[in-house]
Write a protein that binds this ligand. Structure first.
Ligand code: 1CP
Length: 346
């Protein structure tokens, strides 16, 4: 059951998703649990494989809590990965140390064999992780669940790995358009149920990661990013009408505008290339999240301070969740994260 209405304390990230503004914005960081933290590396070793870490609630809880203990972020993001969805749908997903995810590239015929929502119990450890997290997290910390957007998840299912511009998935979409549409639809339906169960387990809000939105033309962006994400939003709100949703169509450029209007997400995740004048326009119709270049965080010093100040100056008067424009990189010094938080909190 979702107990959001009964909460007597302030969950600032959730409040921003409801349209509230703060003098100093709440802050969390994409990939805040991960390889830049020594305590993460220790647990990661203990867990064996990366998927084992995702599917062992005690360990997933521990690594989710690590950055909250260390930095007191305003939101915790469930520790998992966007590729647990294709894993649950029956594709073979592995994580190769030092290389990243590997899948067996899917063929048009195999799309018919994908498991449907009956296979969601494969993800029960994720729901258990969320239940424990909501008990253990400080009450004022917003708990975020997430999934990958259908387009981004499909790019990994088709190429079998990350590629620089997702050419294999783009080619597949032109050569096998009907099959591709079916693939995205299946991922959308599965992901919507997955998100509903995350919210019912205790997540306060969810983020949909569309990391590869930026490689599509305008028409394809409408078909492959906006449409399936809007389908997820609708299916989730059919069951949980006040579900709060952050959409992150990374590098979408001018397409951020139509994404805002047509997907109906509550908050737009902005990457660092979005011009501040455009970001302010987008903020007029709702909350925004972002958008510090992770390389400024890696560099530290005045490059970091200038980046933080620019965001606060331009977006600090409206509903803003301070974040990076993409995930923190493993080489980032912990002192730089502390410097960023101090600067944001004033
Ligand atoms: O070796 C390790 O320990 C694995 C590194 C790692 C981690 C820490 C991977 C492999 N995934 C994760 C966790 C993760 N992934 C989270 C946890 C919560 C947090 O943010 O702290 C989240 C939200 C994700 C989401 C994710 N996975 C995305 C979307 C966001 C983004 O970064 O663009 C994507 C594209 C993935 C796929 C993936 N998983 C892992 C890697 C290295 C990748 C990218 C592969 C590639 O494109 O080459």
């Amino acid at each position: 059951m979702n107990k959001r209405e009964e909460i007597p304390f302030e969950r600032k990230v959730l409040n921003v998703l409801n349209g509230q503004s703060y003098d100093r914005p709440p802050i969390w960081m994409m990939r805040q649990a991960g390889r830049y933290l020594p305590e993460y590396l220790k647990i990661r070793k203990q867990a064996g494989g990366f998927l084992n870490l995702c599917y062992t609630p005690d360990l997933a809880v521990e690594v989710t809590l690590q950055p909250i203990r260390r930095f007191k972020f305003d939101a915790a993001i469930l520790f998992s990965d966007i590729l647990v969805v294709p894993d649950a749908m029956g594709r073979n997903v592995r994580f190769v140390e030092g290389e990243g995810p590997r899948l067996d590239p899917i063929t048009p015929d195999e799309i018919n064999n994908l498991k449907n929502i009956d296979a969601i119990e494969h993800l029960n450890p994720v729901f258990e992780t969320i239940e424990i997290l909501r008990e253990e997290l400080p009450k004022e910390v917003t708990l975020l669940g997430f999934c990958g957007a259908p387009w981004t998840v499909a790019t990994y299912m088709i190429a079998g790995k990350g590629t620089p511009d997702q050419a294999p998935a783009r080619l597949f979409s032109y050569e096998n358009e009907t099959a591709f549409e079916k693939l995205l639809d299946k991922i959308a339906v599965f992901s919507a149920s997955y998100l509903i169960l995350q919210l019912q387990a205790g997540a306060d809000a969810i983020q949909i990661f569309d990391s590869w939105a930026g490689v599509l033309s305008e028409k394809d962006f409408t078909k492959w990013c906006i449409k399936p994400v809007n389908k997820i939003v609708k299916l989730v709100r059919d069951v949980i009408p006040d579900a709060r949703i952050i959409g992150f169509p990374k590098s979408a450029g001018l397409n951020y505008q139509s994404y805002r209007e047509l997907t109906q997400v509550d908050c737009l995740g902005l990457d660092w290339s979005v011009p501040m004048s455009f970001a302010r326009e987008l903020q007029k119709s709702g909350a925004v999240q972002g958008n510090l270049d992770p390389m400024r965080l890696l560099a530290g010093g005045s490059a970091l301070n200038e980046g933080v100040d620019d965001i606060i100056e331009n977006l600090g008067n409206g509903p803003l969740i301070f974040n990076l424009g993409h995930g923190i990189t493993p080489q980032t010094p912990i002192e730089n994260v502390e410097q960023m938080i101090k600067r944001v909190r004033g």
